[in-house]
Structure formats: structure tokens, C-alpha cells
Design a protein around this ligand. Structure first.
Ligand code: DGY
Length: 426
């Protein structure tokens, strides 16, 4: 009984967070730290809204795709107004046309969300709106294939760590090391006004993030040029697994909508990405991980993104066996699962963003993959830990896998959405 009252209270708080962060058709991740619409945040947020307002869930995706460029690209931030409390804002990026945007993208979870919203709804009006989004999502997937999946690699290449959504993962330390920051213009970080410095990326990393934005702006956001000559070109394990999954989900939508040509195209894209997964397997570390396409070096790191292989539905028996050994070791040594970095790695930092903390949206994808892969105990551990973190510590941006304490922003939209759509929904 007590537990149900608590669940109802948390449901109420989660809905309140989404409503408070709703700025009129789009939702900010959290006020202060992130005052605009972020791409994959919005997609996850739509899953939360769908639990109590299906129409509003559609609107979240529609407003994101309103900012789509004519070549299919969907930006990682949509700037509907200028907010001096965020850096780098629209005047720094100088990208987008009718709506100012950033010039880089983010993990394409939208297709999978579209598919989930379709399964949830019985409303024809909502289905019509979701069907209208299908060609836009497909155009974005085509953009990835055109610009970001080199034929000889087959995996998704990112051109800025922010594209991965896992901004300061140590997977990027090696590739970032050679970025030239000598011409960097002076700038003022705003994130440290809203979150503790020891929970955020370091100044060393930030300088490189900004230098990469300046490179893109200098290239006038020419995606071909940035993808072939940019200083940061890394095949991202998270992005690749997510696009592979999204392609399968979009193919399922094409099947439902009776779109045979699109279905054939998506099946071919899925096959191509599946073949590319091999590029991301590091035999010596026995893990899936990101790989610098400039040097050919694997990161060799075991992260929460490595385990998305189940969500993507890939891996040989031997690869799965190796990953299962990592799971056993990591799950025995952390109080909560799944840390964003192997806690046995020297760079593990339990409170610093993507170098240790747990992210409920990644947990959601992991649990879905584990269930489908027949790994029910893994899925249960992930879901129960996620629910416990929120129950005991609140709706934080991320959580320490060692103590459970919250890190980053508070009143966070995607954590609220994950509570409503997934871990609190039992
Ligand atoms: C930030 O500003 O920290 C964002 O993560 C960039 O997308």
C-alpha cells in the first residue's frame, strides 16, 4: 500500500516536471543548464508524455522535426530564442535556416520512439500524425547513410563528442588529444553556473568541444567536408547500435504503413549496418567500443554503450560470452547498474557525467535489449536499480553507480519520462 502511494506521488512529480519543462510544444531537458530543445532528449520525453497525453507526445517529435534541414539532417539543439545563460548559443553555431539550430546531430532514437508511440495508441488521429513523421525520420536516416557511414567502415562516424550524447566519455580522450586549440577565441562557460564543476566535463575537454564548433562554423556546416576533413572522426559504438535498432524499428513502421520500397531500403540499410558492427569489436579488450577512423585505434573501453549490442540485436556467441563476463564483473562491483564506464578503468569517475554515472535513458534501451536477448535477470536488475535511484534520490540528470546520489541537473525531463514510461510503470 505504502509503495503504491509513493508510486502515485512520483508519477505526479514526474508529470509536473514534464509540464514545467514544457516551453510550448517543446520540452527543455532542465531549466538553467539546458534551456533549449535537445534532439534525443525530446524523443525520450515523448515516451513520457505518451503515458498521459498522446497528442502532446506527437507534438514533441513534430517540433523537433520542424527544425530538420532540407538534406534530412536533424540538429542536436533547436534554438527558438536566444538565452544568454547557455554557451554555445545560436550566435556561436550560426546554423539552421528558418529556425536557428546547432550544426551537429545526436543519437537517432526518434524512429524507435515513433514505433513505440504507434504501439501505444488506438487513436486514428495520433496514428495519422505519426505516419506523417515517417518520411521525415526516413530522410534523417538517409542523411546518416549519405554522410556518416563510410562504405569501407559501415559504422556511424561522429564529428563531435556531443553528437554521441555521451559528451565526455573517455572514448573520446584519444581522438580529442590532437585537436588544435591554439586559435580558440576566448569564451565563457555557462554550464558551471548551474552544476558543480566536478560533475561536468573538464576545461581541457570544453576547449576541444568549442574548437570543433568553430571548425564546423568555418566550414559553413558543409556536412560532406566536415565528415571527410574534420579533425574528429570517430566510429561511435552507441550511435551505430542505436541507428541499427532504429532502422529495424523504422522498417517495422514501413511494413505497417505498407511502404514496400521504403521497407526494402531500410532492410538493406540494416544489413549494411549489421556488417559494420565488426569494425567496432576490439578483440584484445573483448568488447564492442568506439574506434577512431583517423588512426584506426579502438578505445578499448567498456561502457554502457558497449552493452547496446543486445538492443541492436547483434553479436556472435563468442562476443556475447565475452560481454557476459564483463557484465558479471561490473555488476558484482557496483551498487547500481549500469555505469557509463567500467568501474575498474583508471578513468572511472562516479560523479562526472559520462565517465561513470548511470543514465536512465541508456538503462531503458539496455533493459529492452536484454529482455529481447533472453537476459531477463539483467533487464530486471537494470530496471529495479533505475527505479530505486529515482525513488531514493529524485529525478536527477544522472546518478552515481556507487552511492546512488544524483549528479548534474535536477528536475530532469528524460529521467521523469523514463519513470513514467518504463521503470516506475510496474
Ligand atoms: C552541453 O551543453 O553540455 C550539451 O551536452 C551539448 O549538447
Amino acid at each position: 500500500m505504502g509503495r503504491n502511494i509513493l508510486k502515485d506521488d512520483l508519477d505526479h512529480v514526474a508529470r509536473q516536471i514534464l509540464r514545467t519543462n514544457d516551453k510550448g510544444g517543446y520540452t527543455v531537458p532542465t531549466s538553467g543548464l539546458y534551456p533549449y530543445q535537445w534532439n534525443w532528449d525530446s524523443a525520450f520525453v515523448a515516451l513520457g508524455f505518451a503515458q498521459f497525453d498522446e497528442s502532446r507526445a506527437c507534438t514533441e517529435l513534430e517540433t523537433l522535426f520542424d527544425a530538420q534541414w532540407s538534406d534530412g539532417f536533424v540538429p542536436h539543439i533547436v534554438f527558438r530564442q536566444d538565452d544568454p545563460n547557455y554557451f554555445p548559443g545560436p550566435t556561436v553555431w550560426q546554423a539552421g535556416s528558418s529556425i536557428p539550430t546547432s550544426g551537429i546531430t545526436q543519437p537517432p532514437v526518434a524512429a524507435s520512439v515513433l514505433n513505440s508511440l504507434w504501439s501505444l495508441t488506438s487513436s486514428d488521429t495520433v496514428k495519422d500524425r505519426l505516419a506523417a513523421l515517417f518520411p521525415k525520420v526516413l530522410a534523417w536516416h538517409r542523411w546518416f547513410h549519405r554522410f556518416r557511414i563510410p562504405k569501407d567502415i559501415g559504422a556511424v562516424v561522429i564529428t563531435h563528442p556531443w553528437e554521441s550524447g555521451r559528451d565526455n566519455s573517455p572514448e573520446w580522450d584519444g581522438p580529442l588529444a590532437s585537436i588544435d586549440t591554439s586559435n580558440l577565441q576566448p569564451y565563457q562557460r555557462c554550464d558551471l553556473n548551474h552544476a558543480d564543476a566536478d560533475m561536468r566535463p573538464t576545461q581541457h575537454d570544453y576547449d576541444r568541444y568549442v574548437a570543433l564548433v568553430e571548425f564546423g562554423r568555418g566550414a559553413e556546416w558543409n556536412h560532406r567536408l566536415i565528415a571527410t576533413e574534420g579533425p574528429f572522426r570517430v566510429a561511435d559504438v552507441g550511435m551505430t547500435m542505436i541507428l541499427l535498432r532504429a532502422s529495424r524499428d523504422l522498417a517495422a513502421m514501413a511494413r505497417i504503413l505498407g511502404l514496400d520500397n521504403e521497407l526494402a531500403e531500410l532492410v538493406a540499410n540494416t544489413d549494411q549496418l549489421e556488417a559494420g558492427i565488426e569494425y567496432l569489436w576490439d578483440q584484445s579488450a573483448g568488447t564492442f567500443c568506439s574506434r577512431d577512423t583517423v588512426t584506426g585505434l579502438h578505445s578499448g573501453l567498456i561502457s554502457n554503450a558497449s552493452f547496446l549490442y543486445c538492443y541492436a540485436g547483434v553479436a556472435t556467441d563468442a562476443q556475447h560470452k565475452s560481454m557476459a563476463a564483463h557484465w558479471a564483473r561490473i555488476s558484482a562491483s557496483t551498487k547500481f547498474m549500469m555505469p557509463s564506464l567500467d568501474p575498474h578503468d583508471a578513468r572511472f569517475d562516479h560523479g562526472r557525467y559520462w565517465r561513470g554515472p548511470i543514465w536512465t535513458v541508456v538503462n531503458y534501451m539496455l533493459a529492452q535489449g536484454f529482455t529481447e536477448y533472453g537476459l531477463a535477470p539483467w533487464a530486471t536488475r537494470i530496471r529495479e536499480d533505475s527505479a530505486a535511484l529515482i525513488r531514493e534520490h529524485g529525478f536527477h540528470e544522472a546518478f552515481s553507480p556507487l552511492t546512488g546520489s544524483g549528479t548534474g541537473g535536477k528536475g530532469f525531463s528524460w529521467t521523469a519520462a523514463m519513470w513514467l514510461a518504463w521503470c516506475g510503470n510496474r
